[in-house]
Write a protein that binds this ligand. Sequence first.
Ligand SMILES: *Cc1c(COP(=O)(O)O)cnc(C)c1O
Length: 377
Amino acid sequence: MEKGNVSGASPYVHLVRDCFRSGGYVFATKPGEIAREHGISRVARLASNENPNPPGKKAVSRGCEALGSANRYPDAPLEQLISALASCHGDYPFVTGVGMDGVIETLVRTLVDPGDRVAVSVPTFSFYGLAATAQSAEVVPVARQDDFSVDPDRFIREARGSKIAFLCSPNNPTGTVTPVEDVEEILRKIDGLLFLDNAYVEFAGIDYRPLLADHGNLVIGRTLSKAFALAGARVGYAFVPGWLVPFYNRASTPFTLNTVSAHAATGALEDRESMEAFVRYVRDWRDRITRECGFPASPSGANFVMIDVAPWTGDGMVRELARRGVIVRSCASFPGLPDHYIRVSIGEDWENEMFLNEISVIRETGTGLSSRVRNRP
Ligand SMILES: *Cc1c(COP(=O)(O)O)cnc(C)c1O
């Protein structure tokens, strides 16, 4: 996966900071590799929670046209994007970033000194911890309950003294939606800032924005990578309290987005119908996969479903599905989760059908179960 030799062939490797000597983001297996390895012509890509449809016409035409004015720095395109956000949501203070990941990285850089505490509700998306670790913070994991809901009292107690606390709703990879009242209670009682990750909120039909009026310690992160089909354009934004904006801008790179991505995002935001149609499609499939996968699935507010595949391991089931041309994500790399979960994104009709067919064959024939025995000492 990584280009170049990380293992230490160069005498200069000692220059690299300790926090980057190992670990890093876990990427999905590339579909091309699976197809070649198993001689499969069509691979179902259900591992990355992407929108399987290309971006809408407006996003594409705006992005393409924008390249013609890329000789200029993107002040004007960024202003237009902020106006488009205001038309969607109302007149909130916004910041933008290279994906929501970029927003998270800049926010951590704005607030966190080495040694500061950063709380993370787990199991969850790995990038919060990676960004905090890169800033030499102390990451404090706060466990969810057995049904993956958040216990506000525990969260408040264990997040105390943290500069930032990260809470994802709907949560990746469990799909769990945290009620607005629980988030409000947390906001009232923690002493730092709450970063509420709403990457999948469009699929959930829940609205946390009313909390912004009364809570100066709330940041809500959003992205155009999921419902708006622009993962490759890398556009994220956040609702922030007004006091934070000038500080965020000082900590950020001089231009958060490029001309092409800013214009494509503006086009995508103006095309709500495509997004809403996709949300309806996702909800139908989410219900069907939850009902028909043959294993217990966690209730999900997102465009994916987390499935308990015991007695298989997540890794074992992912291998079996990959051999059959279906790529899903094992949840084994999410700290705080047992090893018997997979996460399946809602893809195109044929991909979802293929997943349901193949998982039922695996379940009925028991193939791949020996890998669990091998994994268990
Ligand atoms: C996908 C995802 C993001 C980030 O998406 P970007 O592509 O960086 O905008 C953030 N949080 C969660 C939970 C995600 O799953």
